[in-house]
Ligand binder design. Structure first.
Ligand code: THU
Length: 139
């Protein structure tokens, strides 16, 4: 069974909807919730947290990654994100990069065009491997 088939996607979307109810969005009034599963089966969640200095708003994916790291870290295998109506929302460009950093290579995301792998959502990504290759080329 593939990773995508093993996941209860509706339960993951529901966890994202629950997280979305915690969003702090006095400026945009656009609540977002995110939920993900780790390789070892933990559920991590996040919501967007805005700021009067608009540009430093934390996306839901930011607080999800904080939850991941504070809970012991690890790699993500499945991810879902919803808007205030509970519908599927695509992670913004910055957050695709953020998720890539913490992804397992098999990671699958619930997207507006169906289930997609992390490589499909952020192709030819820049990541930890590029930094490692550069370091190796210098030694
Ligand atoms: N937002 C997220 O939380 N995640 C995304 O991937 C897209 C955008 C938030 C940021 C801001 O609080 C609101 O949605 C409107 O842009």
């Amino acid at each position: 069974m593939s990773v995508a088939e093993a996941i209860d996607w509706e339960a993951l979307r529901e966890a994202a909807r629950e997280a979305m109810t915690k969003a702090y969005v006095p400026y945009s009034r656009f609540p977002v919730g995110a939920a993900a599963l780790t390789v070892d089966g933990r559920l991590v969640t996040g919501c967007n947290i805005e700021n009067a200095s608009y540009g430093i708003t934390l996306c839901a994916e930011c607080s999800l990654v904080s939850d991941l790291v504070m809970g012991g870290g690890g790699q993500l295998v499945a991810f879902a994100c919803v808007d205030g109506n509970g519908g599927v929302l695509m992670p913004c460009g910055r957050c695709r990069q953020l998720l890539y950093e913490h992804s397992h290579e098999s990671m699958v995301l619930d997207t507006v065009s169906g289930l997609k792998t992390i490589d499909e959502v952020i192709p030819d990504a820049f990541g930890p491997r590029q930094l490692e290759q550069y370091r190796d080329s210098q030694s």
